[in-house]
Ligand binder design. Structure first.
Ligand code: FE2
Length: 241
């Protein structure tokens, strides 16, 4: 008979875009990391970003906090992605306007649903989900999407890179919380499956019959947009000589 439970693999705090980056947590809640001293000032407080005293069953609060922070990291990434999808939906132009404008609407709705599920899981774990614009800007490590009004194929080249970044982050967290919280991991796996399908929709516009990608080698959104425009075949009927 087993007399001792194997210690669970402890989740480590997310790095980079994680909660608390740039000191946002301490700025919002100066007492978040210090003991609460009952007194007049404490009784006047009406809000807190502190981890709750509870988390989900079988996790201790340290692991609950760590997993919630990982999910907060992904929440920021997904809320940003939702904005990017709407931005492209509004700013795509050219002969393929209708197909891309319409293709992105269900992707936006799907991502918004995932944002809600992530935020509710953070709260379930005892955390405080934050996806207001200020929180997104404070916690993300990237700049705004680079393109404004642009051809459909240019936006798709850039969007492919956006999806790669989000999916890479999801897969990293899936690995990080393995053996710690299979429920949160399952949520992220489901989301990643959908995101990879969305990226396939995008990539199918950029791939050729031989399997090549017109964005190959691009590392920035603007670079990807330029790459696909450079490789676009000449317009039908256009004479070069
Ligand atoms: Fe619309």
């Amino acid at each position: 008979m087993a007399t001792k439970t194997e210690p669970t693999k402890r989740a480590t705090q997310p790095k980079g875009d994680s909660v608390g980056r740039s000191g946002s947590t301490s700025r919002r809640d100066p007492t978040a990391t210090t003991p609460v001293v009952p007194g007049r000032s404490e009784t006047r407080r009406v809000t807190s970003d502190r981890q709750a005293s509870f988390t989900v069953p079988t996790l201790d609060t340290d692991d609950g906090t760590a997993v919630a922070n990982f999910l907060q990291d992904r929440l920021v990434s997904m809320a940003d992605l939702a904005s990017v999808l709407k931005h492209i939906h509004w700013n795509v132009v050219g002969p393929h306007f209708v197909s891309i404008h319409q293709m992105l609407e269900p992707q936006y709705e799907g991502v918004q649903e995932m944002v809600d599920e992530l935020a509710e899981r953070v709260a379930t774990l005892g955390g405080v989900p934050r996806a207001l614009p200020g929180a997104i800007v404070a916690q993300r490590s990237w700049d705004d999407y680079e393109l404004g009004r642009a051809d459909a194929i240019a936006h798709l080249g850039a969007l492919d890179l956006v999806y790669t970044g989000v999916i890479t982050g999801h897969r990293a967290v899936i690995a990080a919380i393995d053996d710690v919280d299979p429920i949160s991991q399952d949520l992220l796996i489901g989301h990643t499956r959908a995101l990879e399908k969305y990226q396939w929709f995008v990539r199918s516009h950029l791939a050729d019959w031989a399997g090549g990608m017109s964005t190959a080698g691009a590392v920035t959104e603007m670079g990807a947009a330029r790459a696909v425009l450079d490789k676009r075949p000449p317009a039908v009927g256009r004479r070069t000589s």
